[in-house]
Write a protein of this length. Structure first.
Length: 211
């Protein structure tokens, strides 16, 4: 079995310690950091994302796989920086003002990182202006808003308005999601993309960053 496959399989099982050791071994063997990242860590998270989409793994498995990926990734960070490898895009994410739920948001963040995106996590109870200021300061291509309460959904419309007022609406894409959010609501407030689950959100963000 190739070391890439071995890392990927251990990652999918959530074996963080084994992933860390195998990534170090791959580095010691002189394998390129970018290749280790793409062929083992990202490939493993891709597999988890697909299985999450079709309902064969659930949130706990995704969380432990993401933790294992993170431990392997930490070894590669300085090597990737040295070789000039950049993230495939930059996203800021948060749960909107008035809403303190963050499990869904955290899951989306992990899936996005598993796709090679750089994610700025704003936490929960995030005011519209904070999303916009962060997108401008950090040069994010995508803003992701999450809400679990019907009472906080309308804050997403304020984020869209705030982006228009700041003059960045043509430069930044706005994604929305969360239990009460729908495709219709997304269109109604003028956001760009709605997805119903974390794996689809990560795929959509990658596509938006490519454009």
């Amino acid at each position: 079995m190739s070391i890439y496959l071995e890392i990927s399989e251990n990652l999918q099982k959530g074996k963080a310690k084994a992933v860390k050791e195998l990534v170090q071994k791959a580095v010691d063997e002189g394998l390129p950091a970018k290749e280790i990242l793409e062929k083992s860590l990202l490939a493993g998270m891709d597999e988890i994302g697909e299985r999450f989409k079709n309902g064969t793994v659930y949130v706990p498995e995704v969380l432990v796989a993401a933790r294992a990926m993170k431990m392997g990734f930490e070894i590669l960070v300085p090597l990737l920086a040295e070789s000039g490898v950049k993230a495939s895009g930059k996203v800021c994410i948060g749960t909107v003002q008035g809403d303190l739920h963050d499990i869904g948001k955290n899951l989306v963040k992990m899936m996005m990182e598993g796709k090679g995106l750089e994610v700025v996590d704003l936490g929960n109870d995030v005011p519209p202006k904070t999303f916009i200021d962060t997108a401008i300061e950090q040069n994010c291509q995508v803003i992701c808003c999450s809400a679990l309460l019907t009472t906080t959904m309308d804050v997403m419309a304020d984020v869209v308005k705030c982006a228009e007022e700041a003059g960045i609406r043509d430069k930044v894409k706005i994604m929305v999601g969360g239990a009460p959010v729908t495709e219709e609501f997304c269109k109604e407030i003028g956001a760009d993309v709605y997805t119903s689950d974390a794996a689809s959100a990560a795929d959509a963000a990658v596509e938006l960053c490519k454009r």
